[in-house]
Write a protein that binds this ligand. Structure first.
Ligand SMILES: *Cc1c(COP(=O)(O)O)cnc(C)c1O
Length: 450
C-alpha cells in the first residue's frame, strides 16, 4: 500500500488520450461521439461503459472522482457543482418525503438552512440533537421514520467534535446510514469511512481545491452499507431500476445501490454538474493536499497557542489545545492535526471584534475557508446573523467571537498581524489604519445571504 502523498498524485490519474498527456486534460465537451447506431444504443442501455453527456459523466471529472474515492477509502465518488449540492445530492439519495433524520447541532449554517427550509419543503424532517456527545439522546430520538444520522467532521467555528465511531455504531444498530460532511479535515487529516461513516460529503471549494478560486462538491460512498437488509426503510433502492419488471437497485448493484441511484437518479437529473474546468482545478489542488494540510494545521496550532496566551482573549476553540473540551476526541480522530478553521472569543465583545477585524492587514476579511490565504470573519453578524440571538448564543456564537481560516503564509507573519490588531485594541488606536475602503460593486443586485 502506498502512502497518502503518493496516492494524491497518482490515484485516478493515468497516461491519457492520443497525445500521451501526463495530466488528465480538461475535456470541455458537452457530449461524446457515438461511432455508429449500435454504439449509441449500447451506451444508453449501459451495456457498454463510456461517456455520453457531461451532465452524467465526463472523463476529467471521472479521474478526479477516482482520486477522491481512493483518498477517502470509498468505492465511488460523485463530483457536483458545490458543497451545498453535495449535501443535497448525497442526502436525497437516501431521503424522501415523509422521512426524518437526525443531525448533530454544530453544522455549517448553509446546511442548517438547507435542512430546515429546503428539505422541509420537500417533506423531509430534520431534528437537531442538543448534546451530540450524549449517545442516549441520539438513540432516544430515532423513530420509525428515521432514515439517516448526520454530522460534521470538524464543525466550524466552534470545533466541537463528535464521537464518530460511537454514532456510526448506533446508526448501524438501527439499520441506518451515517453521513459526514468532512470538508474541514479532508481525507489527509481524517477519513470518516475508517470510523464507520457510510457517506462522506465535501465542499471541494475549500481545502480540496485549496486555491480559493473554484467551487465544487463531492459525495463519496463507502460502498459497505447493506441497503438490501431493510427494503422497508429504503424502498427506492428495493424497487425496479427500469420500470415494473426490471431488477431493483439492490439486485442490480448490491452494496453500490445507493451510489448507482444517487448518480443516475439524483445527481444527473437534478443536474448540479461540475464543469470539467473546475474539476481540473480541483485535480491540481488535490496533488498537494497533504503538504498544504500539514502547513495549515501547524500554522493553526501555533496561532491558537499564541492567542491562548493573550489577555484580551477569553477562549480559543481549537481542539489541538489541551485546554479544549474536544482535545481527547482530537487525539483519537485527528492525530495529524486538528484543522485550521477555528474561533476565538474576545473578552470585550463586539467592539473589540470590530476593531481587530478592521485592523488586520495580512488576514483577509472574507467568508470562505480552506483558502491559501488566511481569512477572518465575525460569525454573529455574518454567517450566523439569521439565527435568533438566544439560539446563536447557546451555540457559542457570541458577539466577541472571531473566526479564522488559517492559510499557508508564515506563521510568524500571521501572529504579528494579530498582535498589532490586539495591541491596537489595548491602546485604543483602532480604526486609525483606514481599511482599504469599499470596492466599487459591479452588480446592482444586493442578495441577502440566507
Ligand atoms: C462551505 C461549506 C459547505 C458548502 O459548500 P459550498 O461549496 O460553499 O457550497 C458545506 N459544508 C461545509 C462544512 C462547508 O464549510
Amino acid at each position: 500500500m502506498t502512502g497518502f502523498s503518493t496516492d494524491q498524485i497518482h490515484a485516478g490519474a493515468g497516461p491519457e488520450g492520443e497525445f500521451g498527456a501526463r495530466i488528465t486534460p480538461i475535456y470541455l465537451s458537452a457530449g461524446f461521439v457515438f461511432d455508429d447506431f449500435d454504439h449509441a444504443e449500447a451506451r444508453f442501455a449501459g451495456t457498454e461503459a463510456g461517456y455520453v453527456y457531461s451532465r452524467i459523466n465526463n472523463p476529467t471529472n471521472a479521474a478526479v472522482e477516482k482520486k477522491i474515492a481512493h483518498l477517502e477509502g470509498g468505492t465511488g465518488a460523485i463530483l457536483v457543482g458545490s458543497g451545498q449540492a453535495a449535501v443535497t445530492v448525497g442526502l436525497l439519495g437516501v431521503l424522501k418525503a415523509g422521512d426524518h433524520f437526525l443531525s448533530a447541532p454544530s453544522i455549517y449554517e448553509g446546511t442548517r438552512s438547507l435542512f430546515r427550509d429546503n428539505f422541509g419543503r420537500f417533506g423531509i424532517e430534520v431534528e437537531f440533537i442538543e448534546d451530540p456527545l450524549d449517545l442516549d439522546e441520539w438513540r432516544a430520538k430515532i423513530r420509525p421514520a428515521t432514515r439517516l444520522l448526520y454530522g460534521e467532521a470538524i464543525p466550524n467555528p466552534k470545533n466541537d467534535l463528535i464521537d464518530f465511531e460511537a454514532i456510526a455504531g448506533l446508526a448501524h444498530e438501527h439499520g441506518l446510514p451515517f453521513a459526514i460532511d468532512s470538508t474541514v479535515p479532508t481525507p489527509y487529516l481524517f477519513r470518516p469511512i475508517d470510523f464507520g461513516a457510510d457517506i462522506v460529503v465535501h465542499s471541494a471549494s475549500k481545502f480540496l481545491a485549496g486555491q480559493g478560486a473554484s467551487l465544487g462538491g463531492v459525495v463519496v460512498d463507502a460502498g459497505r452499507f447493506d441497503w438490501a437488509a431493510r427494503p422497508d426503510l429504503f424502498p427506492h433502492l428495493a424497487e425496479s431500476v427500469d420500470g415494473a419488471d426490471g431488477p431493483s437497485f439492490t439486485e442490480k448493484f448490491g452494496k453500490q445501490a445507493y451510489f448507482a441511484f444517487t448518480r443516475g437518479v439524483i445527481a444527473s437529473r437534478l443536474g448540479p454538474s461540475l464543469s470539467p474546468f473546475n474539476a481540473f482545478l480541483l485535480q491540481q489542488g488535490l496533488e498537494t493536499l497533504s503538504l498544504r494540510l500539514e502547513r495549515h494545521a501547524s500554522n493553526a496550532l501555533a496561532i491558537a497557542r499564541w492567542l491562548e496566551s493573550r489577555p484580551e482573549v477569553e477562549s480559543v476553540d481549537y481542539p489541538g489545545l489541551e485546554s479544549n473540551p474536544s482535545y481527547a476526541l482530537a487525539q483519537k480522530y485527528l492525530p495529524r492535526g486538528a484543522g485550521s478553521v477555528f474561533a476565538f472569543t474576545l473578552a470585550a465583545g463586539k467592539p473589540a471584534a470590530r476593531a481587530v477585524i478592521d485592523s488586520v492587514e495580512v488576514f483577509t476579511r472574507m467568508t470562505h475557508i480552506g483558502d491559501v490565504r488566511s481569512l477572518i470573519l465575525h460569525p454573529s453578524t455574518t454567517t450566523h446573523h439569521r439565527l435568533p440571538r438566544e439560539e446563536r448564543e447557546s451555540a457559542g456564537i457570541t458577539d466577541g467571537l472571531v473566526r479564522l481560516s488559517v492559510g499557508l503564509e508564515d506563521a510568524d507573519d500571521l501572529i504579528a498581524d494579530l498582535e498589532q490588531a490586539l495591541d491596537a485594541l489595548a491602546t485604543g488606536s483602532t480604526g486609525a489604519k483606514a481599511p482599504t475602503g469599499r470596492r466599487i460593486t459591479t452588480t446592482d443586485e444586493a442578495v441577502p445571504v440566507l
